[in-house]
Write a protein that binds this ligand. Structure first.
Ligand SMILES: Nc1ccn([C@@H]2O[C@H](COP(=O)(O)OP(=O)(O)O)[C@@H](O)[C@H]2O)c(=O)n1
Ligand SMILES: [Ca+2]
Length: 438
């Protein structure tokens, strides 16, 4: 059995088609404002599953500890011949819910969820390669929002799980990732998978990631004006194929879809939430329910007596978004790749197909928001937050980032069967920093 076809349990195995076999000789970037260097060298984009993968296959394990779930990505690389550079061959992916931050007061239990996922890697990676296979976990906004003490004890427990595993545990293998990396690494993943980081005519695409607790926007500015108008900490320089690129990237903490729900309800950063009822015109009138997020229980409900529907909801959401985000002029007319909750909510409301994704205009989200919010009783069976989420996405895109109604969004979960996640970019960096090129 080829390693690339191993499929333990119900894990999804992604295999890559061969048309992306583009030479990818040297990719590196220099993060200007932290004066740190990262090198992405010696990687070929995906190619077909080799006939004899046994001796020349190697692996990288990357955990994404997100605010709503923890995921494992086991990437397979193949070195076909010593003079050839390794190729990305496939991905094994699995996830669990809730995320680590839900175990803020039970760090051992949180680490157990990581252990269960890591056990899958034991099945996926051949035993003789365990010691050479690095394992890394990077946490995002969920842990950024916890107190330093709680976050650190979670990370410590996870580190112990790694140390007890047979895998290679690099220094700094368990950490909270800086938000700027999150955007850049996702941009690298998407542009790598779409073949934009090689060849002459590079038309890179911007990326929009909407997580549970934070949201990222990343693109390569084309106009000098954009560079001049943008605050320095939104710009990151890096070198690639002997060219220097300056990326615009920013991660807005507290602007993920679920954190935004709390902000809209007025429950974000409220000390004593116990017993308090948070109400919104974006929720069904008669609704009263409980919601757990980040280890905290919230009680929320509809405006029993007052207004509900699209208009009052939009005004409520506007308070959370308006004037809070930087609006680069250049993006108004360009198109972006959008994933995570943009994708999920578009699927939930039949705007796109779950498997295929699709292209939407910003105004499609607005139309759907109106339809759902003004007919909440009709959408009773789906999430009570559907109206609020759609209005938030609309307001974030239009009033937050300043996109036009007709801005095109390419909704994408996977490109050639690989998740559009920052984890692939992070794995390139990891393998290169360890000098694992075989
Ligand atoms: N590999 C992944 C990981 C997350 N996601 C999506 O990301 C969203 C949740 O974000 P998250 O839990 O990573 O939250 P953050 O920590 O990024 O704020 C959901 O829409 C997930 O479906 C995904 O589509 N693919
Ligand atoms: Ca995420």
């Amino acid at each position: 059995m080829l390693n690339c076809l191993r499929s333990p349990g119900k894990m999804a195995v992604s295999r890559l088609p061969f048309f992306l076999a583009l030479a990818f000789s040297s990719l590196s970037f220099v993060l200007s404002h932290w004066n740190r260097e990262m090198w992405f060298q010696d990687f070929f984009p995906p190619n077909m599953c080799p006939i004899n993968a046994k001796d020349n296959t190697f692996y990288g394990i990357m955990f994404d500890a997100g605010s709503t779930g923890t995921r494992i990505h086991i990437y397979t690389f193949v070195q076909k011949s010593p003079e050839n550079l390794p190729e990305l061959e496939g991905e094994i992916f699995e996830s669990v819910k809730p995320g680590l931050s839900a175990y803020a007061d039970q760090p051992e239990k949180g680490a157990e969820t990581v252990k269960r996922l890591l056990d899958m890697a034991i099945d996926a990676v051949p035993p003789h390669l365990w010691k050479k296979t690095p394992v890394v976990l990077k946490a995002t906004a969920g842990l950024r929002l916890l107190s330093e003490e709680k976050a650190q004890s979670l990370l410590l427990e996870v580190r112990e799980v790694f140390e007890e595993s047979p895998f290679l545990v690099p220094e700094d293998s368990v950490s909270i990732m800086d938000g700027s990396y999150e955007g850049i690494l996702a941009w690298i993943t998407v542009n790598f998978l779409t073949g934009q980081l090689s060849g002459q005519n590079q038309h890179t695409v911007g990326t929009l990631d909407l997580g549970g607790a934070s949201t990222q926007i990343t693109f390569l500015p084309r106009f000098e004006e954009t560079l001049k108008e943008t605050p320095g900490d939104f710009l990151t320089s890096f070198e690639m194929f002997n060219s220097t690129y300056k990326l615009y990237t920013h991660s807005y903490l507290g602007f993920g879809l679920k954190a935004a729900r709390l902000a809209i309800l007025g429950a974000l950063n409220v000390e004593a939430v116990d017993g308090q009822m948070f109400r919104s015109s974006c929720l069904p009138k008669q609704l009263e329910a409980e919601w757990h997020f980040g280890g905290v229980k919230y009680q929320y409900g509809g405006n029993k007596e007052g207004e509900t529907g699209f208009k009052p909801c939009y005004l409520e959401v506007l308070k959370v978004v308006k004037g809070k985000l930087h609006q680069p002029d250049e993006i108004r007319g360009s198109s972006f790749y959008a994933f995570s909750y943009y994708y999920d909510r578009a699927v939930d409301t039949n705007l796109i197909d779950y498997e295929k994704g699709g292209v939407l205009e910003v105004r499609d989200f607005e139309r759907k928001a109106e339809e759902v919010c003004d007919n909440m009783e009709k959408y009773n069976s789906s999430s009570p937050f559907l109206c609020m989420d759609l209005v938030y996405i609309t307001a974030l895109l239009k009033e937050g980032f300043g996109f036009r109604d007709n801005t095109l969004l390419q909704l994408t979960k996977k490109v050639n069967n690989v998740e559009t996640s920052w984890t692939l970019g992070a794995t390139f960096h990891l393998l290169q920093s360890l000098g694992i090129t075989y």
